[in-house]
Write a protein that binds this ligand. Structure first.
Ligand code: ADP
Ligand code: MG
Length: 578
């Protein structure tokens, strides 16, 4: 075929394919326009999964009547005037592509009025252009109606899944906007269901309640005001007791634009390390405020990806903000079952929910660390990580050879001896290795260990890592190794058992994201006192003192609690004393 310039409508459809992938992308583009127009109320109506009808109505500034036809021309926008503007985009839209792209694949009508115009303008647009234009009475604002989406693009229709699943995607998009714009009131009418209304209070927590329910909203922690130079981080993140089995409840916003970013999601989850059990994920709405010249949003036609000038700074700012919030707020889980708690607002005891369910708001905890509020000056220096604190505890005894029973300032505490010891060992190993001085127990007589074939590769790959944690190993030919030293926490076991068990653990975790962290956790686990071991009073006292010295005493390295609390008030209530 000879080279030809493509006809206009083919170009339009190709371009439309990038912007308008499915009904939810139409909703996204239209709502973005409403928000750019300063709307405080946006209503979204969807029928037939969006294929039959999508209508987005707003009370924004509207389009002046003279400009209305321009809105449907490709690369026509009121949001940019020069190429320089591209370096500091403050609006959600800027490409001038959405309306013409939608019109290329659907029938579109628009009713709009700006405050300057005495009456509104009604416009009907089809693939071939404007087919009707007339004046009409209308309130200030804009309503865009999209019908028969993709009817002229059978190829696209084939990729559309069921109407119900498309409607579900629309709902997700609306949820993202709710979380990004709490000051805007959204109404969503899906098919024939009653309208769902949310937002408009300006409180992110209210929007979280609208999307994830009030219980989850109450269990979210306010991110401590923080940041890193020109980058500010704000939002809500779940306390460790509230988790999901997938990452769908992680919402990342950059300058209030919802973005897909594996990097930022990773930074967030890294901050939860040691707080969550494996395969559990947090809920979060995190807004990163980055100067517009430091972020490039013009990466993808759907504008859902961004690039940062200094990625590592953004990563660090996010991770630190979340980490500090978690550490500062990490409560001792309370034993009080929820059904017995009196009704009323959350208070330190009354609102404490058992593990696995929602925690009350973090502010309710008396042991929350006080931090300088806005406006107070903080002396220069590295950012301070507030230390979690344990109350001073007095050991009373041991229960089931598994739990330490202790008395504290506010009632009774139970400590899981294995989890607590794991935490202590973990932090010790971490410190020693960081300082490059692993504590090794040298063996008077080196032990000869036969490493099974299945584990030999793991050993070869991880030799350096094992040595950095205190193993001293020497190849002795044909799968045999001489163990000359073992990490101190493992010194109570036969060296061959210590090494082989650890290798098996590493083999199991060979796909772990972070092999070093995996090894560290395995070492802490194998080097710690088991449940079922009787401890002397002095051993128990020593363990509690060591736990008090930990940076993160409330959870074991896998995120399980080390300690639970039965409050004095609760005891009084149980015994009918109050
Ligand atoms: P972009 O948003 O990238 O500018 P669009 O094709 O989405 O491109 O919209 C084109 C123009 O139409 C916008 O720049 C804006 O001036 C106007 N417009 C579209 N929707 C609305 C709306 N809901 N309220 C006010 N103006 C709108
Ligand atoms: Mg737009």
């Amino acid at each position: 075929m000879p080279i030809r310039i493509l006809p206009q409508e083919v170009v339009a459809r190709i371009a439309a394919g990038e912007v308008v992938e499915r009904p939810a992308s139409v909703v996204k583009e239209l709502v973005e326009n409403s928000l750019d127009a300063g709307a405080t109320e946006v209503s979204i109506e969807v029928k037939g999964g969006g294929l039959e009808l999508i209508r987005v109505a707003d009370n924004g500034v509207g389009i002046p009547s003279a400009e209305v036809p321009l809105a449907f021309q490709r690369h026509a926008t009121s949001k940019l005037s020069s190429a320089d503007d591209l370096d500091r985009i403050a609006t959600l839209g800027f490409r001038g592509e959405a309306l013409p792209s939608i019109a290329a694949v659907a029938q579109v009508s628009l009713l709009t009025r700006s405050a300057q115009d005495p009456q509104g303008t009604y416009l009907e647009v089809q693939e071939q252009g404007v087919v009707r234009r007339e004046g009409r009475g209308a309130p200030v604002g804009t309503t865009v109606t999209v019908r028969r989406l993709f009817e002229n693009v059978p190829a696209r229709l084939k990729f559309i899944r069921s109407r119900a699943s498309e409607a579900g995607r629309v709902q997700q998009v609306v949820h993202q906007f709710l979380l990004a714009y709490p000051e805007v009131r959204f109404t969503l009418i899906l098919e024939d269901r009653p309208p769902q209304v949310g937002g408009g209070t300006g409180e992110l927590r209210d929007s979280v309640a609208a999307v994830y329910g009030p219980e989850s909203a109450a269990a979210m922690l306010d991110l401590r005001p923080g940041g890193e130079g020109s980058i500010a981080v704000s939002g809500l993140v779940s306390s460790p007791g509230l988790t999901r089995s997938n990452r769908n409840a992680i919402t990342l916003l950059v300058n209030r634009r919802w973005v897909q970013s594996r990097l930022l999601a990773y930074a967030l989850e890294e901050a939860y390390r040691g707080f969550l059990q494996e395969h559990r994920h947090p809920l979060a709405v995190v807004n990163l405020h980055v100067p517009s010249e430091e972020v490039d949003v013009n990466v993808h036609p759907a504008k859902s990806e961004v690039r940062f000038r200094d990625e590592s700074r953004v990563f660090g700012a996010l991770q630190r903000a979340v980490r500090e919030t978690l550490v500062a707020a990490s409560p001792v889980p309370s034993i009080a079952p929820r059904s017995l708690a009196p009704s009323g607002g959350p208070s330190p005891q009354a609102g404490a929910f058992p593990r696995g369910q929602a925690y009350p708001r973090a502010e309710a905890y008396p042991n929350r660390v006080q931090l300088p509020s806005d406006g107070e000056t903080v002396t220069a220096g590295p950012p301070m990580t507030p230390k979690e604190r344990l109350p001073i505890l007095r050991v009373l005894g041991q229960l089931q050879e598994t739990y330490l029973v202790a008395e504290g300032p506010d009632g009774m505490y139970l400590v899981d001896q294995h989890a607590a010891h794991e935490r202590v060992t973990y932090e010790r190993l971490q410190d020693q290795t960081r300082e490059g001085q692993p504590l090794t127990q040298g063996l008077l007589e080196p032990a000869l260990v036969e490493v099974p074939l299945a584990l030999e590769q793991t050993l070869r790959d991880r030799m350096g890592l094992l040595e950095s944690y205190g193993f001293q190993l020497e190849p002795f030919g044909q799968g045999s190794y001489l163990v000359r030293g073992v990490p101190l926490p493992l010194s109570g076991q036969p060296p061959s058992v210590a090494l082989l068990e650890l290798l098996e653990e590493m083999e199991r975790g060979k796909d772990a994201q972070d092999p070093e962290e995996h090894l560290l956790q395995a070492l802490a686990c194998h080097g710690s006192v088991r449940a079922g071991k009787r401890l002397a009073l002095e051993e128990m006292q020593a363990l509690l003192r060591q736990l008090e010295g930990c940076r993160q005493p409330h959870t074991c390295p896998h995120g399980r609690p080390t300690i639970v609390h039965l409050s004095a008030t609760r005891l009084e209530r149980e015994f009918g004393r109050s």
